[in-house]
Structure formats: C-alpha cells, structure tokens
Design a protein around this ligand. Structure first.
Ligand SMILES: *[C@@H]1O[C@H](CO)[C@@H](O)[C@H](O)[C@H]1NC(C)=O
Ligand SMILES: *[C@@H]1O[C@H](CO)[C@@H](O)[C@H](O)[C@H]1NC(C)=O
Ligand SMILES: *[C@@H]1O[C@H](CO)[C@@H](O)[C@H](O)[C@H]1NC(C)=O
Ligand SMILES: *[C@@H]1O[C@H](CO)[C@@H](O)[C@H](O)[C@H]1NC(C)=O
Length: 350
C-alpha cells in the first residue's frame, strides 16, 4: 500500500491545515518515511517512544532501522515482565532486557522499565500457595534486585504498579489480583517505597488503562494517587496506556492529563495504539486512525508535564494486536498517515 499521496490530503481534510510532506528532490519516489523528519527530533523536548521486542529488534532490519532513527525512549514489551526476568526463585534472566538497554544506549535513547506489580505474566512460582509475608519479601527482593541491576543504566522511569484499578468499581477500587488478595491495597505503598529505596532518582510511575478520559475509573485512580501523595508515598508520574479503537480517543484526555499534572506529577502516554478493527482497513479508516494519533499526541503536547508519548510497537505486523494495522508504520516500514499525524501534532505544539 502506498500512502505518499493520501497522507497530506487526508490530514489537510482532517485538520483544515496546509501541512504537506517535503517533496523529494530525486525523481525516484522514496518511501514516505524518508520524507518525514525523525519523530524523536520533532517531539523534543518530549520523548517519543516505542515498546521494543528483542525478537524483532535483532531479526528484522526494517524494524531495527526505525527503532534507531525515530525514537528517544523505549519500553521493553515483555523482557522485564516477571515471568521473563524472574522465572524461578532466585533465578534472574537479565539477558533479553540487558540487550534492549544496551541498544538504547547505542542510539542515545532512554528506557522506561516495565513493570513490577501486575496481575498478568507473573511467574508460576509466585502463586496462591505463598503467605502474605512471603509475598512481601519476594516483592521487595524482586524490585530491589532488578532496580540495582539497572542502576548504572540511566533508566528514565519505572512502571512500579500496572493496571491496579478495578474494572468493577461497584465491587472494589483495587483489582482482585494475587498481590491485592495477599497484601491488600498496601501493596501499592510497599512497592513504591521499595523502589524509591533501591533508586532515589529514577521516576516512579503508576500505569493503567481506561483511565485516559474523565470518568469513574480515572476518578478512582485519581483518588489512589491523591492518597499516596497525602501519605508521602514516593510517586513521580502517572502512565496513560491509550489502547484505543478508531474514533475512541476521549475528548477529555487533555483535561484528565492536566488534573493529574496539577497534583505535581509527570504524566505520560505509555502504550498508544489505535485499532482499526479491520483486517483490511480502508483509506477512511487510516485517515481516522491518523486523526486519533493526532488527538492523543496533541493532548500530551498541550500539557506541560506530559513527558513522553510511547506507541506499543512500531510496525503493523509486529503488534500484540494481530492483523488490525494498529501502529504508525506498515510491515514494510512505510510511514502511514498516523506517522505524519504524530509529526504534525508535535510540530503544531511548538
Ligand atoms: C515478540 O513478540 C512476538 C509476537 O507477539 C512474541 O511471540 C515474542 O515472544 C516476543 N518476543 C519477546 C522477546 O518477548
Ligand atoms: C506455586 O508456588 C510454589 C512456591 O513458590 C511452588 O513450589 C509451586 O511449584 C507453584 N505451583 C505451580 C503450579 O507452579
Ligand atoms: C457491578 O457492575 C457490573 C457491571 O455493571 C454488574 O455486572 C455487576 O453485577 C455489579 N456487581 C455488583 C456486586 O453490584
Ligand atoms: C513484517 O513484514 C516484513 C516485511 O514484509 C517482514 O520482513 C517481516 O518478516 C514481517 N514480520 C512478521 C512478524 O510478520
């Protein structure tokens, strides 16, 4: 699929503006991606990031090239999740994550560590047979060991607690996962406190989904974060995942980011992708997708304390959402209208 000709028209239509791609000097038509400025440059002073997957980073040169040129911050897609990095008691598998950290250094990008307290992708040895005391000891040891291991690496931020807010707020505020079942809501304070003790300077985040716009779940997270700050629990930032379907970016995203920022915290877009919902999306769908990327990036760019926009992957055929063309680049590395929209949003905010 060739996007070169539809991009400026689609965006012009959507934005009522005159943004156009640079005209290539040569008569040969290069890929659209070469006509766009590197997004890591236009995003400054913010970071532009991607979730990185080492399987693809070291096996798909197109993916590698985009990773090298477009991004200033990375999040390991799986490599720091419990089941990967700490598969057995006292056994740490640092190598896959180390490779990503090393790559980030070679391209002068930062890392967001991801994550410690989560209900999914936990190692089987961390299960219901453990007592609360054992769980507490294990959590402290896990956080301390990993943060110590990466202390020299200039990690920018860590997602300490991931997806802790309940989806059934009429039942509970905190999601019923092993951690909350064993340690109660105190697990949040414990995890952040252990993390701060392990590294006093890295940014500590709470990260979640369906909290992007104003609403009951966002209010619940807001209450949790306010409570943490009142109790002097060390928190520096809030991550807004932003896995959206077409046309589903909440109109209140910016307002919601701002109210968390107004607490004195950083905010970040941490896992952005826009699901077309189709295995053969139309041009109109790609145009809407571009508009949605634009809305999210513009919301971040309008909030002073919004430090980064991270997409959950790079190319369409490497996403956790298979076959729905959710990302800014195609499987052949062509910039989609979404990529142009991201550039446009960052540039408009300057
Ligand atoms: C990369 O993603 C693919 C597809 O989702 C997955 O099978 C693979 O395990 C991932 N690699 C790593 C190192 O997590
Ligand atoms: C549950 O955890 C215990 C303690 O770590 C471990 O001995 C046991 O093998 C685990 N069970 C499963 C099914 O992995
Ligand atoms: C909570 O709300 C959900 C969704 O609206 C509903 O299905 C469920 O029955 C409710 N549970 C209770 C205990 O009220
Ligand atoms: C993605 O597409 C590229 C280009 O067609 C191909 O080289 C690569 O193997 C694909 N990767 C996956 C995981 O399908």
């Amino acid at each position: 699929m060739v996007f070169r000709f539809s991009v400026s028209a689609a965006l012009g239509l959507l934005l009522g503006c005159t943004y156009v791609l640079a005209t290539p000097a040569s008569s040969a038509a290069p890929a659209a991606s070469t006509a766009l400025p590197p997004i890591r440059s236009v995003a400054q002073p913010r970071f532009f990031g991607a979730a990185l997957n080492s399987t693809f980073l070291f096996n798909d040169p197109i993916y590698t090239k985009l990773a090298e040129t477009q991004f200033s911050i990375f999040t390991p897609e799986n490599e720091m999740k419990w089941e990967v990095i700490h598969p057995f008691p006292n056994v740490y598998n640092f190598t896959p994550a180390d490779e990503l950290v090393k790559f980030s250094h070679t391209v002068n990008a930062r890392m967001r560590g991801h994550n410690f307290v989560w209900g999914s992708q936990l190692a089987p040895w961390v299960n219901d047979s453990l007592t609360a005391t054992e769980m507490d000891i294990i959590l402290k040891e896990h956080i301390t060991t990993i943060m110590d291991h990466y202390k020299k690496d200039n990690i920018y931020a860590w997602d300490i607690v991931n997806e802790i807010v309940s989806d059934t707020l009429n039942v509970s505020t905190f999601k019923q996962i092993l951690w909350t079942q064993k340690l109660g809501e105190e697990v949040v304070a414990k995890a952040f406190t252990y993390a701060r003790a392990a590294n006093p300077s890295v940014k500590l985040y709470i990260n979640d989904y369906s909290i992007e716009g104003l609403g009951p779940k966002s209010d619940a997270l807001f209450g949790i974060v306010q409570g943490m700050m009142k109790d002097k629990i060390p928190i520096d930032g809030v991550g807004f995942q932003c896995h959206f379907g077409l046309g589903q970016v909440p109109a209140t995203l910016q307002q919601n980011l701002q109210r968390f920022a107004d607490l004195g915290l950083d905010v970040a877009i941490t896992e952005l992708d826009i699901n077309t919902g189709s295995t053969s999306p139309t041009d109109a769908m790609f145009a809407q997708q571009a508009q949605d990327y634009l809305s999210v990036v513009s919301a971040c760019a309008a909030v002073k304390r919004c430090v980064s926009v991270t997409t959950w992957g790079i190319m369409d055929n490497h996403s956790w959402i298979v076959g729905k063309d959710v990302l800014p680049w195609t499987g052949t590395g062509e910039a989609k209208p979404a990529a142009t929209a991201i550039v446009q949003a960052f540039e408009a905010a300057k």
